[in-house]
Ligand binder design. Structure first.
Ligand code: AMP
Length: 536
């Protein structure tokens, strides 16, 4: 060590990513499709410069170190500006999922104690459903002009009227971002990402065997910026100097395909539901879109069916399956075909590619069986996957969910896996009682509790059943009280008071009694065999 800092004391901060975009890649494009379908064009340089002004404006509103700045925005350039402004000023960006139920959103903003919220004008109605749950000090609205509804501040006015901030020096362990994840039961839990975690995650995202992001790429995150840092794409773009295409709220197949083709996108990422719909559109009109620039199609958040891999291969597009979690910022594994399998049969290759993949660099994995013993990597034994690494959360906000962390520093994922001799995981089941529909969680236990609060219901168990479009949908198995009657639509109406519409089961099956285990738990395996897809 010479004069002060040794090289390994140099802090890894989001600031360095944003400054890199500003200095070295100012002309790279940032294209947003607005809710009204108009296209807005700007650059990484302009977003970085405006981020400095935005940060000054937030500071003048009283936002200080560690304060939470909530966002209720789509994938749009203003959201990127907040990604670039909030962590470098020392505050914490807290992205909100507008698809959650108002009650859940109300809990989340109060739990995070957000001081300010930035809302897109198209989401003001959603905001109005939970704004009374928490006393925000300021509400900032992104509007087309510089007007804002009574009592709110116009985003553009704030940015235009502020001087650019000189970024402060920050500790890499400081919180940069925050995101809530649904619990199996009870309340969502806050996950906080440090600057260090975000930087290391961005580097790994950009590696050749992950998404291979360079200054010649154009990335289109279909995954929302409110879902676990949009899988790290915005910061990886800043780091590498890749352009960004932000698709806004319209994620139907034709809208996304139009953008992929028009903007010559090279890498894109999202959940299987979106890619399934796009595949159908491509199959119907194979020559409508020129996707010759597209070389990377990352799919994760739910299992990728083999038929999807095959379907895209027919169009000359290679799907890369990834596995991750909100608690992992979110990337954990990626499934690149290893060189050793390049000449194997199509069957062997598809078999490999339909697995969730191998741990990315710096990520460690292991799995333990019901007795707590580590399982061998023989692709036969089953165990719960555990992970550790520099971007795995060490705990939840306010110390919740301590059970998910082992005493020796591993995070318990709740995913039941087999691991092969290459270290490639295959998710075989889920220990957590949740349904994942279109990339969004639904808590089976919450649905069950609400159903059992209905006066006609004695018992209710909710299971996930496969669905071609959404991946999974909830199915409710209900036993009515003696002499009571209830129709599915009664139960649906009852649930819609507390759940978002898409969370309510489509199917209700009525049984005299729900089979239970010796310890009194519902035998969901048996219910899946009877009503769902056995062997899930
Ligand atoms: P979230 O925190 O909402 O991102 O959800 C993380 C969970 O989604 C994981 O624990 C898995 O259960 C599921 N998941 C994510 N990626 C995949 C994948 N490629 N295949 C199967 N399940 C996945």
């Amino acid at each position: 060590m010479i004069n002060g800092l040794s090289t390994d004391d140099y802090p890894l901060t989001v600031t360095s990513l944003v400054e890199r975009a500003e200095r070295f890649h100012p002309h790279r494009p940032v294209v947003s499709r607005r809710p009204d379908a108009s296209i807005h064009r700007t650059t990484l340089g302009e977003c970085s410069r405006r981020a400095r002004q935005l940060a000054s404006a937030l500071r003048s509103l009283g936002i200080g170190d560690g304060d939470r700045v909530a966002t209720l925005l789509w994938n749009q350039s203003e959201h990127l500006e907040l990604y670039f402004a909030v962590p470098p000023m020392g505050a914490v960006i807290h992205t909100l999922n507008p698809r959650l139920h108002a009650e859940e959103l109300g809990f989340i903003v109060a739990d995070a104690d957000d001081r300010v919220i930035v809302v897109d004008e198209s989401l003001l109605e959603v905001f109005s459903t939970f704004r009374d749950a928490h006393a925000f000090e300021h509400v900032i609205v992104v509007t087309h002009d510089r007007s804002a509804p009574e009592g709110m501040l116009a985003y553009e006015n704030l940015v235009a009227g502020a001087q650019p901030m000189t970024w402060p020096v920050l500790d890499e362990r400081r919180a940069a971002a925050m995101c809530y994840t649904s619990g199996t039961t009870g309340r969502p839990k806050g996950v906080v990402y440090s600057h260090r975690a975000v930087v290391l995650h961005s580097l790994v995202i950009a590696l050749p065997d992950t998404l291979a992001v360079s200054a010649r790429d154009v990335l289109l995150p279909v995954v929302p910026l409110f879902h676990a840092n949009a899988w790290g794409l915005p910061y990886a773009a800043a780091l590498a100097g890749a352009g960004l295409v932000l698709p806004g709220p319209r994620l139907d197949a034709v809208s996304v395909l139009d953008l992929l083709a028009d903007e010559r996108v090279t890498v894109t990422a999202g959940v299987p539901t979106v890619w399934m719909a796009m595949l159908n559109a491509l199959d119907a009109e194979p020559h409508r879109w020129d996707l010759s620039a597209l070389r990377g199609l990352a799919v994760g958040g739910a299992a990728v069916p083999r038929s999807m891999l095959e379907g895209y291969d027919r169009h000359g597009l290679t799907v890369l399956q990834m596995w991750g979690m909100t608690e992992l910022a979110p990337l954990g594994t990626a499934c690149r075909l290893p060189q050793a399998l390049e000449h194997s049969t199509a069957d062997e290759q598809y078999d490999f590619r339909s697995r969730q993949g191998v741990a990315v660099p710096l990520m460690e994995i292991r799995a333990r069986n019901d007795d707590g013993a580590l399982i061998p990597w023989d692709d036969t034994a089953l165990g719960e996957l555990e992970v550790r690494g520099p971007w795995v959360a060490a705990g939840y906000h306010r110390g919740r969910g301590a059970d998910n962390f082992t005493s020796d520093g591993w995070f318990r994922t709740g995913d039941i896996v087999r691991i092969d001799e290459r270290g490639c995981i295959r998710i075989c089941d889920r220990a957590k009682d949740l349904v994942k529909s279109g990339g969004e969680w639904i808590s089976s236990v919450d649905l069950e509790n609400h159903l059992m609060a209905h006066p006609s219901v004695a018992q209710a168990a909710v299971i996930a059943v496969s669905d071609e479009r959404w991946g999974e949908r909830p199915l409710a198995v209900v036993a009515l009280r003696d002499g009571a009657t209830a129709e599915p639509q009664d139960l649906r109406r009852h649930l819609e008071r507390d759940f978002a519409r898409w969370q309510v089961p489509d199917r209700f099956e009525f049984v005299p009694a729900i089979p239970c285990t010796a310890t009194g738990k519902f035998k969901k395996t048996q219910l899946r065999e009877t009503f769902g897809d056995a062997g899930r």
